[in-house]
Design a protein around this ligand. Structure first.
Ligand SMILES: [Cu+2]
Length: 227
């Protein structure tokens, strides 16, 4: 009887601790959800909304963008004036065509799931890698992915070679430095708040490469705020 009492108490304490942890996680996500959005300028072509979204991926975001976490791997977005911003919540119009350009300055970490080395959810299921049509890359060469699970969208980003000259240390990285350029087109659907993230365990020094910047809005994760 006594042993059962202890067991029940143990389970109750365990459940309470789990509830507190889940509560903290949800409250953090809610706060991150309120991160400042970058509103992507919209053009209209033949009555259809079109946007141009330019982002870069860097090995270390640097003290200018993140004094608290200069070594965090990160995505940045380029505004209409050509200035890089550390914002990963992007406001996009619903039912629009999005022409995306990603400049990747980081080296390869490799994919854990090789399926993500094949692009999905974009026009033609193919992207341009440095101007060459590509529908598959070596999973080991993957540096990051740009993925929007709700859209079934994933695009693998090829990493800069280890021995490449003129590699970028801290963001913002100039286009004169070693990088790969990935371009593709996708479409937003109905209004909503859609998570996007990287699926490469690229957070060096964190458990399994998935901690720190990999689970913090403003670095390797964000939202498409479709309005
Ligand atoms: Cu990543």
């Amino acid at each position: 009887m006594r042993a059962t009492g202890f067991k029940v108490l143990g389970v109750a304490v365990g459940l309470a601790a789990a509830a507190v942890l889940i509560g903290l996680y949800v409250s953090k996500l809610t706060t991150d959800n309120g991160s400042k959005a970058y509103t992507v300028p919209v053009q209209t072509q033949g009555g259809h909304k079109v946007v141009d979204l330019q982002i870069e991926t860097v090995a270390a975001v640097g003290p200018q963008f993140s004094p608290a976490h200069p070594d965090y791997v990160s995505y940045l977005v380029r505004d209409a004036q050509g200035k890089w911003l550390r914002r990963t919540v992007w406001r996009l119009p619903a039912n629009a065509t999005v022409h995306m350009t990603i400049y990747n300055f980081d080296g390869a970490s490799g994919l854990r799931n090789p399926l993500y080395a094949r692009p999905q959810g974009i026009d033609g299921n193919s992207f341009m890698l440095d101007g060459k049509a590509t529908d598959f890359i070596n999973p080991d060469d993957t540096s990051h992915t740009f993925a929007v699970p709700a859209y079934g969208l994933v695009v693998p980003l090829t990493g800069v070679a280890d021995n490449a000259k003129n590699q970028c240390g801290y963001a913002p990285c100039a286009l004169s430095m070693a990088h790969h350029t990935i371009t593709f087109t996708f479409h937003t659907g109905k209004v909503g708040h859609y998570r996007w993230q990287c699926f490469v365990p690229c957070a060096a020094g964190w458990i399994d490469g998935f901690g720190g910047p990999m689970q913090t809005i403003g670095y390797m994760d964000g939202f498409l705020d479709v309005i």
